[in-house]
Design a protein around this ligand. Structure first.
Ligand code: ATP
Length: 365
């Protein structure tokens, strides 16, 4: 293969400088991204950030105002939806109520030149792939939400599309079914190797399913990265806050360091100027409790605290901390059952906590 073939194989979908306006309102601003062949990408962001708009532009359902989209090296920017190569699943399933499960799945295949027997065989294969082999002759109304969504998925992949588009496919389902189905869908995607883009506003769904996450806000991409990159190295305060839980402690960069009260924080500090306001961010599960012998005096990243309240959450304790150094800023830590027992911690206990240097994030304000 030539270098050019390889480049195409690497970037199956290439979106460059995409803009979308609705009248005066700009829903997408200068969006550029590449999706590798076989990759599972999630568009994640709060309501109204433009993720559905971006997905619909890729599908040709609501074309962009400006910019280009290449799929498999072909410029599809101005192709009508019917001439693009994708399968799509919507939140609302959108099954045909008057057709059986088998006919729903066969729908896209019936417009191809495949012989009847081959279509029937393909439908049988798809039914077992999504675990519904005994539901072929049922109607959508006779199925649960999760089962209907499996039918919609089978219908979307029936024609072996180059691209699978998922628009909040799990959000209409109840919590248990959702968690189960997201694992199933991920496994199926891996097995098929189909390049997939899913829109979701559920951070846990994105973290657990995506190879890479595209975090969006107000029509722009805030960050693209693997789930661990996004979680551990958020590019902005918005990303840090939107994904995972955070403590936010306002402070200042002074005398070459960021401090909380008298405690110096050793951390990777971005180029800051003296006196600059910063926001210190640390996740509750990253705060380490230390027992006696770990007194806080003058140790960097160690803070004397008192437990103001505790909440038992089954697999861990959520602990509210207060400290002279924090003023009125609350600090939440998640401590394991083990740590609580070992250090004999309860409401009113005094202890030292460590905010580990490699886990503390500092954002210029
Ligand atoms: P949600 O999770 O709520 O679906 P989203 O991130 O998918 O949010 P979009 O549906 O892409 O958001 O919408 C982005 C912005 O564009 C929103 O502010 C929305 O009001 C606006 N918008 C979307 N479609 C239209 C339209 N047809 N006409 C005018 N404005 C629109």
């Amino acid at each position: 293969t030539t270098a050019q073939d390889q480049a195409v194989a690497q970037d199956y979908l290439k979106i460059a400088d995409l803009w979308k306006s609705y009248g005066d309102f700009v829903a997408l601003k200068n969006v550029s991204l590449c999706v590798e062949r076989g990759e599972f990408l999630c568009f994640l962001g709060p309501s109204g950030c433009g993720k559905t708009t971006l997905l619909r532009a890729i599908a040709g359902l609501d074309p962009q105002s400006r910019g280009s989209i290449l799929q498999g090296g072909r410029d599809i920017s101005n192709l009508p939806a019917s001439q693009r190569d994708y399968g799509i699943v919507f939140q609302s399933y959108a099954l045909f109520p008057n057709l059986t499960v088998a006919r729903n799945i066969a729908f896209g295949l019936e417009n191809t030149r495949l012989p009847r027997a081959e279509i029937a065989a393909r439908v049988t294969e798809l039914l077992s792939l999504v675990g519904l082999h005994d539901k072929a002759d049922k109607y959508p109304a006779q199925l649960s939400g999760g089962q209907q969504q499996r039918v919609a998925l089978a219908r979307a992949i029936a024609i072996n599309p180059g691209l699978l588009l998922l628009d909040e496919p799990l959000s209409a389902l109840d919590a248990k079914v959702r968690v189960h189905l997201r694992h199933e869908m991920k496994e199926l995607q891996r097995k098929l190797g189909v390049t997939t883009i899913m829109v979701t506003h559920d951070q846990e769904e994105a973290l657990s399913m995506a190879d890479r996450i595209v975090v969006m806000n107000h029509g722009v991409i805030e960050q693209i990265g693997t789930p661990t990159e996004i979680y551990r190295h958020p590019a902005s305060l918005f990303v840090a806050d939107f994904i995972g839980e955070t403590n936010r402690i306002p402070s200042r960069f002074e005398g070459g360091a960021v401090r909380i009260g008298n405690t110096v924080l050793e951390t990777r500090v971005p180029g800051l100027s003296d006196g600059q306001k910063v926001m210190v961010v640390v996740r509750p599960e990253d705060i380490l409790p230390h027992g006696p012998g770990h007194e806080a005096q003058a140790r960097p990243n160690h803070l004397p605290v008192r437990i103001a309240a505790t909440e038992f959450l089954g697999s861990f304790w959520r602990v509210h901390l207060c400290s002279a150094g924090l003023g009125s800023v609350p600090l939440i830590a998640n401590f394991s059952m083990n740590a609580m027992r070992r250090l004999d911690l309860a409401q009113g206990s005094d202890l030292t906590v460590e905010l580990p240097a490699e886990r503390v994030l500092v954002f210029a304000q």
